[in-house]
Write a protein that binds this ligand. Structure first.
Ligand code: SAM
Ligand code: SF4
Ligand code: SF4
Length: 381
């Protein structure tokens, strides 16, 4: 491996920059091999945002007052192309990533996404196993695309759906999109075998909490796993308030009152959802409690934004500009080994644990208040 020092000065703006550069100068990092961060957390899961655009305007994610015709979405030239994404994916996989989730924005809006999936599906993990490739979608285009996604090598999907009630759902997506079309997408995904399907429901107290039981009722005995997500304070535009968060403990309590549930073990360390199963054999559900029960201690997720910035936490305000290395900088061309070394170094220094820090503070306190957190639609959910 080359030990030439990567001029990483432009990877981060601000005071960390020169420290990173100095660190890289004194400790060049291996280009391959498993990584752990300062809290001994491995790198296992890479979420790749393939577009910052979406055809929905869910109020908790892309409120229409902000994401309107005046909003500056990224220009096409800023986006990583599929070769660039695949090149980075290969580098991350060599560092221990086993699972890749395509997200956004709405990933199915990205043209020819199947081509990228085909490229990723050819990769194998350090242990020689196939990569676990999945995708999170609002399902608006899923009925049309399920078969081609499956054929390209996608293994499974997660579908977001916040209500069974059509009026509530149309209000929440804010573009008048009907529940029936999402259900058609889920049906198509079931039919072609994009399994197991997870159904993500963001629960907002006072908005869709009365939909918890109808959603549970609908997805019991289907094999599809409903996951109820606490409304999070991601980004800087959704006007998040603690009193709109319904703690997962209360969600489980209300489901348990109608359909008794019991806890089950996590599938693997670092799983975001806490798992439960219906006592009558109706299947499994999950709760994701990022607000009331921080799970930073096992967090093994990195996020690659649409324009190639590496984020180490969903609540970060800054990313490391890997696109600058991919595309060359001041006429410098960087090899895979050099980029991999930079990625290794960045993960090695990681100490993010936003949810844990917030849990230790008063309910409505903001951490790093003056810094603007990036939007979830940009960083990838
Ligand atoms: N557009 C796709 C979708 O909605 O499935 C993928 C991107 S979306 C940002 C990924 C996930 O983040 C969705 O399941 C969405 O419900 C969730 N999400 C977005 N904003 C959230 C928030 N404020 N709190 C909790 N979950 C949120
Ligand atoms: Fe779009 Fe998904 Fe965000 Fe809703 S949650 S606005 S569907 S990116
Ligand atoms: Fe991971 Fe950051 Fe979420 Fe903690 S707050 S679980 S570190 S993404």
């Amino acid at each position: 491996m080359s030990t030439r020092i990567i001029p990483i000065l432009n990877l981060l703006s601000g005071q960390l920059t020169s420290k990173l550069a100095a660190d890289l100068a004194t400790q060049p990092f291996p280009a391959k091999g498993l990584l752990t961060d300062t809290l001994a957390r491995p790198l296992r899961d890479l979420r790749i945002s393939v577009t910052d655009r979406c055809n929905f305007r869910c109020s908790y994610c892309m409120p229409s007052e902000v994401f309107n015709k005046n909003y500056a979405f990224l220009p096409q030239t800023s986006l990583l192309n599929f070769e660039e994404i695949a090149r980075l994916a290969r580098i991350f996989v060599a560092h221990g990533v086993e699972k890749i989730r395509l997200t956004g924005g709405e990933p199915l809006l990205r043209k020819n996404l199947e081509v990228l999936i085909e490229m990723l599906a050819k990769m194998t993990t350090v242990a020689g196993k196939p990569l676990d490739i999945t995708l999170t979608t609002n399902a608006s285009l899923l009925a049309k695309k399920a078969q081609s996604l499956k054929d390209a090598g996608l293994q499974r999907v997660t579908v977001s759906l916040d209500a069974m009630d059509d009026a509530i759902f149309r209000r929440m997506n804010d573009v008048d999109f009907p529940v029936a079309d999402v259900l058609r997408g889920i049906e198509a995904a079931n039919k072609v075998g994009l399994l197991p399907i997870k159904i993500n429901m963001v629960v907002k107290r006072g908005t869709n909490d009365r939909e918890i039981l109808p959603m549970a009722r609908h997805f019991r005995h289907t094999g599809n796993v409903l996951r109820l997500i606490e409304y999070m304070d991601v980004g800087a535009t959704n006007g998040w308030r603690m009193d709109e968060v319904l703690p997962s403990a209360q969600v489980i309590e209300s489901i348990n009152a109608e359909f008794p549930v019991e806890p089950i073990d996590a599938n693997y360390l670092g799983e975001t959802a806490e798992r439960w199963r219906y006592a009558d054999g109706g299947g499994e559900i999950g709760v994701i409690s990022s607000v009331t029960q921080a799970f930073c201690s096992d967090c093994n997720r990195a996020r690659l934004s649409t324009e190639g910035k590496l984020f180490l936490c969903l609540f970060a305000s800054q990313g490391h500009d890997l696109r600058a290395l991919l595309r060359g900088n001041n006429n410098e061309i960087y090899s895979d080994d050099q980029i991999a070394s930079a990625v290794g170094h960045i993960w090695h220094k990681r100490d993010d644990r936003y949810s844990e820090l917030r849990a230790a503070m008063p309910a409505d306190a903001q951490i790093g208040g003056e810094k603007k957190r990036v939007e979830m639609s940009y960083i990838g959910g």
